[in-house]
Design a protein around this ligand. Structure first.
Ligand SMILES: [Mn+2]
Length: 333
């Protein structure tokens, strides 16, 4: 995931250039790249005008059939008093020709906003190549993750992955020991092994990843699997990867065992938790402060999973570590 600070107007064109190049690199055609440029210009301009500056995040959606990018614009500015009113074309809180959010909406394949007066704004935008933007608000995925390296670091020692089908999804979050290149190697080795063996039991996946990481510096690893027909989520972890299921405002944290995959692993164990209608699952590395919560964010859990992850990233990330926040909703009605 790319994270670009945007606090003055000189950074708008820089953000547009970098993210347009990123779009081309993942296969966006010229028309789709032009749409991305427009979206980024509007998001970045908004951050400066309304957010007192903020951050622009961009990631390719690896679980999409056609090339797709997802963006987050995060700020701690005055927030939008009335999101619906801000969305209506022509409306703007600072007399610029009111095209900001309306223009973004017209150019995007999905748009979602979480904002509260005085507590900043978070905007999620999805953009695809090869398809004319039609539906402005949709939820193509019920899971997503924000995964970013420590500030100033190129390599990301954290990683995540998903496998399986709707209602029976298996998730991985891995945090390579320390940070930087060697941590990233360990994390990528875990992702590779996960994709190789994601169909077997949680305990077996963790055992295989432990073996696969023997020649790396090691990592904290956790794997979770939803089984929606049984209203159940199974979780197993080695080391410091957190898990939490929030249902009707009640938080149930999962259990991981001590140890480091690739180095020392005690008995691997998996645990089962209720995952019922209305449950949201969180899985995260220790780049998120352990005191994070959603209690102060009315309505947030109804938003797009990446928007939820973005708000938590903005407000609860630890500055000195890589961070991963995976958010998964129930997928079947
Ligand atoms: Mn960490």
């Amino acid at each position: 995931m790319i994270c670009l600070p945007v606090s003055d107007s000189s950074q708008v064109s820089e953000a547009r250039r970098r993210i347009a190049a990123f779009a081309e690199s993942v296969g966006f055609d010229a028309i789709a790249t032009a749409r991305v440029s427009l979206i980024i210009t509007e998001l970045a301009t908004n951050l400066i005008k309304h957010g007192n500056g903020g951050a622009l995040l961009a990631e390719a959606d690896e679980y999409s059939k056609s090339p797709a990018l997802e963006f987050l614009a995060l700020d701690r500015g005055e927030g939008m008093l009335d999101v619906d009113q801000c969305m209506r074309d022509g409306y703007t809180t600072v007399g610029s020709p009111g095209t900001g959010l309306g223009a973004i909406q017209r150019q995007s394949h999905a748009l979602d906003i979480y904002s509260r007066p005085g507590a900043g704004a978070a905007i999620y935008v999805r953009s695809e190549s090869g398809r004319i933007p039609t539906v402005a608000v949709e939820r193509p995925h019920t899971f997503a993750a924000a995964c970013l390296p420590k500030h100033g670091e190129e390599a990301n020692g954290d990683a995540w992955a998903a496998a399986g089908t709707a209602g029976n999804r298996t998730y991985l979050v891995v945090d390579g020991l320390g940070h930087g290149l060697a941590a990233a190697e360990a994390a990528q080795a875990a992702v590779q092994e996960f994709h190789r063996c994601a169909g077997v039991s949680i305990t077996e996946i963790l055992t295989s990843i432990h073996q696969a990481l023997r020649h790396t510096r090691g990592a904290a690893v956790a794997v979770a699997r939803t089984d929606e027909s049984r209203e159940e989520l199974v979780f197993g972890g080695v080391g410091n990867i957190g898990g939490a299921i929030i249902t009707d405002g009640k938080v149930r944290k999962t259990v991981s065992r001590n140890g480091t995959a690739g180095l020392t692993v005690p008995r691997i164990q998996e645990y089962s938790y209720p995952f019922t209608s209305g449950s949201t699952f969180f899985m995260y590395s220790d780049g998120l402060v352990s005191s994070w919560n959603c209690a102060g964010y009315p309505g947030l859990l109804a938003r797009h999973p990446l928007l939820i992850a973005g708000v938590l990233f903005r407000d609860f990330r630890r500055e000195r570590d890589d961070v991963t926040i995976l958010v998964a909703n129930r997928e079947l009605p």
